[in-house]
Write a protein that binds this ligand. Structure first.
Ligand code: NAD
Ligand code: UDP
Ligand code: UDP
Length: 317
């Protein structure tokens, strides 16, 4: 018999959150979406508002929340450098106080709780590709620290609540993910390049473009979230989730120009401080415990993302 669960998604109106809301509703669950709209708009979830199994609560996770739920996906946090550096103190509070409140909620309701951690816990990594046993190389006082250290502290809290209060936790370290509903102005590289190419503007490559990233298409990532949440209780993570295909930023720029048929040129700009030089997940653990690996190659994911942004560029955001 199918068991309908009530599932809380914090940051549920964001890029990943909105796809997760859709996925869990399609499985017949009740979804409570909590968001303070700090870096998203209702447009991502507007189409869900009429669904009787969907509920939206405007709420900032740095404040306590008392509701009854069976599972929690904690995604609330500004995720792009432009957004998380706008109010860095609030970024750390969102990760740390947000984690404490959601863990407190999980403790009271005995809900299972998933944390959207990040590859940024590895900082500018000294080992490549990154595996979960690596402790990372993070500058604790730099411009990215509010995000990186906030997420690291949240992981600490998750594991201490697990050890101290026997909470059922699932900690995922997410690598760069892209797809429809990325915010067009949040400065992330895939959205920037596609929008620039579609507008015929120069593509802004930071540094010489030799730094690497590994890009996962959103549907692959959401599949991994749900599989991870459904693993046995002893599986806590942390587990890397991402696509191990590694590309230089210059290669990405050239591919976007080719695929959009754009006449845009490349404009080299200064490299932001503490920008990691290379990043690629080792996903052996995810393969083993989730029986999962990404299916959508960069070319296909970019094609679907370009279709989304064509509409945005045509009609405005
Ligand atoms: P996003 O910015 O689209 O979504 C984050 C959401 O959190 C937004 O809707 C925002 O309004 C909300 N939010 C921010 N502060 C809040 C607060 N105090 N209270 C309530 N809501 C708040 O980003 P995303 O890409 O969907 O990322 C979702 C999660 O996944 C984040 O925790 C992010 O750190 C993590 N993550 C994402 C990626 C990626 O590549 N997209 C990579 C690693 C980790
Ligand atoms: N909390 C919450 N919802 C709940 C239960 C707790 O938001 O349903 C918050 C509350 O603000 C508390 C925090 O979670 O401060 C941590 O809860 P916990 O029970 O671990 O700690 P305590 O209440 O003992 O400080
Ligand atoms: N980047 C770039 N041009 C842009 C935006 C980003 O060259 O317009 C680079 C950025 O310096 C970084 C990579 O692309 O090396 C990924 O940046 P993003 O902000 O998307 O993610 P993160 O740095 O958090 O991995």
């Amino acid at each position: 018999m199918h068991l309908r669960k009530r599932i809380l998604i914090t940051g549920g109106s964001g890029f990943l959150g909105s796809h997760l809301c859709e996925r869990l509703l399609s499985e017949g669950h009740e979804v409570v979406c909590v968001d303070n709209f700090f870096c998203s708009s209702k447009s991502n979830i507007a189409h869900l508002l009429g669904n009787p199994y969907f509920e939206l609560i405007r709420h900032d996770v740095t404040f306590p929340l008392y509701i009854e739920v069976d599972e929690i996906y904690n995604l609330a946090c500004p995720a792009s450098p432009i957004h998380y550096q706008t109010d860095p103190v609030q970024t750390t509070k969102t990760s740390v106080h947000g984690a404490i409140n959601m863990l407190g909620l999980a403790k009271r309701t005995r809900a299972k709780i998933f944390q959207a951690s990040t590859s940024e816990v590895y900082g500018d990594p000294k080992i490549h590709p990154q595996e979960e046993s690596y402790w990372g190389n993070v500058n604790p006082i730099g411009l990215r620290a509010c995000y990186d250290e906030g997420k690291r502290c949240a992981e600490t809290l998750f594991f201490d609540y697990h050890r101290q209060h026997k909470l059922r936790i699932k900690v995922a370290r997410i690598f760069n993910t892209y797809g429809p509903r990325m915010h067009p102005n949040d400065g992330r590289v895939v959205s920037n390049f596609i929008v620039q190419a579609l507008k015929g503007e120069p593509l802004t490559v930071y540094g010489d473009g030799s730094q690497t990233r590994s890009f996962c298409f959103v549907s692959d990532l959401i599949e991994a979230f749900v599989r991870f949440m459904n693993t046995p209780d002893e599986v806590t993570g942390p587990v890397n989730l991402g696509n191990p295909g590694e590309f230089t930023i210059l290669e990405l720029a050239e591919q976007v120009i080719r695929m959009t048929g754009s006449k845009s040129k490349i404009d080299f700009r200064p490299l932001p401080t503490d920008d990691p030089t290379q990043r690629k997940p080792n996903i052996t653990k995810a393969r083993e415990i989730l029986g999962w690996e990404p299916k959508i190659p960069l070319h296909d994911g970019l094609a679907r993302t370009i279709v989304y942004f064509e509409e945005i560029v045509r009609n405005g955001f």
